[in-house]
Design a protein around this ligand. Structure first.
Ligand code: CAA
Length: 387
């Protein structure tokens, strides 16, 4: 049987961050609350010229080559940090990447599930057009506001994935388990540039929907937990994934549980440095595991739990492929994280308060990252220009 899945993937995060120990001191909080209680260390801070379009294009650019450009039939961008109510962020990225006109280009939204929605649409597309490939980009800037409970769970970044019938990294199984339920656990009304969350309730819904899809998958004999090499979670902050994991302690045998816990630690390494990137968090976890775990071998089977507030959940499964490491770049990613500038709390707060003009007058932005191929140059007459 043909297999379909992720052929290669890459991520981009802005080149500046706030250290959460600095933030804890500024907020008068015990640093261990952030480091252990939340389970995060650093948080990427997006400058104005690295909006979701620029970050998405920066994540995708290194994956591109001429053969791929001509075989792409679909580009989907999953985001909940949309820059326009009508025009898809994907169309800006389509132009920046020099992609052909003869393809479908769209943006998808369902909170943090938007990336998985894009991936599932892409899988359906390549299954019915096996000669074509799809590009799925997840790109987000998580903003809750200064001095809010959610502040420590912000972040910024993008993950890009090529989906097709030569899944060099992860072959994805067609059988998945989904759950949909209307909730107000986390949301962002059109008039707000920060998200609202009922934090504790959002954790409850996340866990309840995880249990729902896990139990259904178990009843359908999809989990096969004895053979599950790893279980990846949507990670808004690492403690959340850990709480999901703990619900399995009484459900899977001790050896499998220990193996899944050990692999979980490698799946959160990148996210603990970047923070929540909403739609991309699950896929940043996948990349983190693949690039940091030296014990993984071809044929290892993963479970992937995607959650989007509002709420939508999906549990799906995939198997890692021979030579998957040839499609990764652990060195580049660890140096990207290492070479970021540490902002003081005052600089972070200043960056947070900066805004793009809203009245159509011209604004030219300073270039923040000389290693990034793409950026927002500025705005004029209500139009954005990128390079
Ligand atoms: N040392 C160690 N741990 C400490 C500590 C210390 N000194 N002080 C506190 N803690 C622990 C607490 O015991 C608590 O642990 P548990 O969660 O295990 O009980 C943890 O630190 C958090 O502390 P609080 O209970 O006081 O919670 P808070 O008011 O700081 O809020 C939060 C935490 C709800 C996660 C908040 O940051 C928030 O609202 N975040 C945004 C919403 C969110 O991410 N929800 C996740 C589910 S929704 C989703 O997944 C979609 C998405 O991406 C948004």
């Amino acid at each position: 049987m043909d297999s379909f899945g992720i052929e290669k993937l890459n991520f981009y995060t802005p080149n500046q961050y706030i250290d959460l120990v600095d933030l804890a001191h500024a907020r008068g909080v015990d640093p261990n609350k952030y480091l252990i209680g939340i389970g995060q260390e650093k948080m990427a801070v997006a400058p104005l010229d690295q909006d979701i379009v620029a970050m998405g294009a920066n994540a995708a650019e290194p994956l591109m080559d001429e053969d791929l450009r001509t075989s792409l039939g679909l580009l989907v961008v999953g985001t909940e940090s949309g820059i326009d109510q009508s025009k898809a962020a994907a169309l800006f990225i389509h132009q920046l990447l020099g992609l052909p006109e003869s393809m479908r280009v769209m943006e998808i939204k369902e909170a943090c599930y938007g990336g998985t929605a894009g991936l599932m649409v892409a899988l359906d597309f390549v299954r019915s057009h096996p000669e074509s490939k799809a590009l799925v980009i997840t790109s987000d800037i998580a903003r809750y506001g200064l001095q809010t409970p959610g502040e420590v769970t912000q972040g910024a970044g993008a993950v890009a994935m090529i989906v097709g019938n030569k899944p060099g990294v992860l072959a994805i199984e067609p059988n998945t388990v989904v759950a949909s339920r209307s909730t107000y656990d986390f949301w962002r009304p059109n008039y707000s540039n920060v998200a609202f969350a009922q934090g504790k309730y959002s954790e409850e819904v996340y866990l309840s929907m995880f249990t729902e899809v896990w139990d259904r998958a178990e009843n359908m004999s999809l989990t096969q937990s004895d053979n599950l090499a790893a279980l990846l979670f949507h990670i808004p902050f690492s403690k959340m994934g850990r709480k999901g994991l703990r619900t399995l302690e009484s459900k899977v045998d001790a050896t499998s549980y220990a193996r899944i816990v050990e692999r979980f630690e490698n799946s959160i390494i990148y996210g603990q440095q970047v923070g929540n990137i909403y739609t991309g968090s699950l896929y940043l976890g996948l990349l983190s595991l693949l690039e940091n775990d030296t014990s993984l071998v071809e044929g290892d089977r993963f479970g992937l739990f995607s959650y989007g507030s509002g709420s939508e959940a999906e549990l799906f499964f995939g198997t890692i492929q021979p030579d998957f490491r040839a499609h990764l770049d652990a060195k580049k990613h660890s140096s990207m994280l290492k070479n970021r500038r540490r902002l003081s709390v005052a600089e972070y707060e200043h960056e947070f308060e900066k805004e793009l003009v809203q009245d159509g007058t011209e604004q030219i932005l300073k270039r923040s990252d000389f290693n990034a191929p793409h950026r927002l140059i500025g705005l004029n007459k209500h139009q954005r220009s990128y390079c």
